[in-house]
Design a protein around this ligand. Structure first.
Ligand SMILES: *Cc1c(COP(=O)(O)O)cnc(C)c1O
Length: 579
């Protein structure tokens, strides 16, 4: 494969990767995307390896009391039960100390048996100082200084580890979000081979750029990892910061990880077309491309839909594009598969919350990280109006899930707001908030509800992927036109929009009104009055969106457009060459 290319490996660096349910090594969308990327690469037979931190203490377990107050506990796990410890121990320098880093290996196995190894970096080595032993413990825990030290381990330790494992010159590095940008510093140092930082030339930077591609995920400047130059000098040492300065990779006396990646990679990617526009405005000096995110189809399809697809759409597991032919699946079969997935979800909701939901009632799902811009409470803007809608147009019920980051007080308050709205609606609308949103719960939610609700403040949703999981399971979205929905939405065909267009001014009050109107006039009447028309929308979601918004398509695009630079890949269609 790609035998003409000088690249023989893609090393995918990500702070978090969702490898499987049993490993709490991810917090949300970024990690799920990373896991789905590696799963698709394994299916496609791509020579990829993953690099991340071990996260020995996991991302936290969420506890909610009766009023919706969140508390957290560590999600400890035992690497030795799931992973294989590798021999090499490498060192990186943090604050002038030598920190030893070892790696555990996890294997992602694809449909045809091809394996993608993932190296989980671990500093809990007895020889390390006490603080350094904690550097691979907690995902997004600790302060800014802890985070910077972690990023040295991820980027520079990861680069050293790859070298120790024999992945040397012909590697294309994919930096998934800025956390791993210091990888570029490591490559630059290696390139200088002893020359001083003042000797660095544009040729040196270009040599590093040739080996790196970058995906940005954050549509607001405040969301990018930044560290004061003082802190950078303390952690990295003055020489290394001098090298970054000489390479013009420091910005305004700050170490901005996004800026490092922009400067030191040859391909900058945003995660949806709309996000590309937003990113291009943020980074006018760097051309930004767009390969839209996807999800791993087999992972996120419920058992009942997997069986259905196996019966009607042969080959869909190997080639997700065949899902386009969902158009031939009888509507009754779609409805039956969905009924099964809905029952499985409602059983799970009952088991976890004690609340029995009614399977005949339109069920809305909302699950995502609890943080203000996602506006989980938008649907509760006017409880009187919501009651009136159910009286006129038919009943509905709503299930929520999502963790707030331990330090996100507003996100935590949002959960309490949902709890109190739920109490106020007890007489008319069933509402449940299920604790501990994770991979299993996510799969249940996105396959078992009737409508997937998404109403973030525009343009803050870079892509969003949960609506793509829903689409694969024939669950239409009701969503503001942001992120992937700008591309996936055809009104009344694949789902419905909240608000008319993504270019209009943002007016939160108007969004709530639009949401209510769509439910009242369009969705509830169709769900109860024209169930086959609703089933048609379900089927279109699979055929039009499931067939496209998957990581098999996404990784194929990355391979063709980013990893194997044009002119280096064989002339034949790389998508075919990968089979
Ligand atoms: C899919 C998924 C996400 C990301 O969904 P968004 O739509 O991007 O919010 C986050 N957490 C879990 C557990 C998921 O399964």
């Amino acid at each position: 494969m790609y035998s003409n290319s000088s690249i023989s490996r893609i090393a995918y660096f990500s702070m978090e990767i969702c490898l499987e349910q049993a490993l709490p090594t991810y917090s949300g969308g970024l990690g799920v995307l990373a896991g789905d990327t590696l799963r698709a690469a394994a299916d496609l037979g791509l020579p990829m390896v993953g690099v991340m931190l071990l996260h020995r203490k996991g991302y936290f377990t969420q506890h909610l009391d009766a009023a919706g107050n969140q508390s957290e506990s560590a999600a400890d796990w035992k690497p030795e039960e799931k992973l294989e410890l590798l021999e090499p121990v490498v060192t990186v320098e943090v604050e002038g100390r030598k920190v030893r880093v070892r790696a555990w290996r996890y294997l992602v196995r694809g449909v045809t048996g091809h394996q993608v190894p993932v190296f989980l970096l671990d500093t809990a080595v007895p020889e390390n100082a006490e603080f350094d032993r904690t550097l691979t413990d907690t995902l997004y825990g600790g302060d800014n200084h802890y985070r910077l030290c972690q990023e040295v381990v991820l980027g520079m330790g990861g680069a050293e580890m790859l070298r120790a494992l024999g992945y040397v010159n012909d590697v294309c590095h994919h930096i998934n979000e800025g956390h791993a940008s210091l990888l570029c510093l490591s490559l630059l140092e290696r390139r200088l081979a002893g020359r001083g930082p003042w000797d660095v030339t544009e040729d040196d930077v270009n040599a590093v750029r040739k080996q790196c591609v970058f995906t940005t995920h954050t549509p607001v400047p405040a969301g990018h990892d930044k560290f004061p130059a003082e802190m950078a000098k303390r952690v990295l040492g003055a020489t290394r910061v001098g090298l970054l300065e000489a390479a013009r990779a420091m910005e305004n006396d700050e170490l901005n990880m996004t800026y490092v990646a922009l400067r030191c990679t040859r391909f900058v990617n945003a995660v949806a077309l709309r996000h590309k526009e937003v990113s291009q405005e943020m980074f006018p000096d760097f051309p930004v491309k767009a390969i839209t995110n996807g999800v791993h189809a087999v992972t996120w399809t419920s058992q009942s839909f997997r069986d259905l697809f196996d019966r009607h759409i042969q080959g869909w597991r190997y080639d997700n594009m065949y899902l386009r032919y969902a158009t031939v699946v009888p509507l009754d079969a779609i409805r039956e598969a969905h009924t099964n997935a809905k029952e499985a979800l409602l059983d799970e909701v009952h088991r976890r919350s004690g609340v029995r939901f009614d399977p005949s009632v339109l069920t809305i799902g909302f699950a995502r990280r609890s943080t203000p811009y996602k506006r989980a409470d938008l649907i509760f803007s006017d409880l009187g109006r919501l009651r009136e809608i159910t009286r006129h147009s038919g009943p509905l019920q709503i299930i929520f899930a999502g963790k707030a980051h331990p330090r996100d007080e507003w996100g935590k308050a949002l959960i309490q707001k949902i709890f109190s709205a739920a109490a106020g609606l007890r007489d008319t609308i069933r509402v449940a908030y299920i604790q501990n949103y994770d991979m299993t719960l996510g799969a249940h939610f996105t396959s078992g509800v009737d409508l997937w609700l998404n109403n973030p403040m525009r343009p803050l949703e870079a892509s969003g992927t949960s609506g793509m999981k829903a689409a694969l399971n024939g669950v239409p979205s009701l969503s503001v036109l942001d992120g992937w929905w700008v591309e996936g939405h055809i009104e009344g065909v694949t789902g419905w929009s909240i608000g008319a267009g993504h270019t209009l001014p943002i007016d939160p009050a108007k969004d709530a009104g639009d949401l209510y109107l769509k439910l009242e006039r369009t969705i509830l009447p169709m769900f109860y009055g024209q169930p086959y028309q609703f089933a048609e929308v379900m089927r279109n979601s699979i055929a039009l969106n499931g067939s496209y918004f998957n990581t098999q398509r996404m990784v194929t695009q990355y391979a063709r457009d980013a990893y194997f630079p044009p002119g280096e890949a064989p002339v034949a269609d790389p998508a075919l060459a990968m089979r």
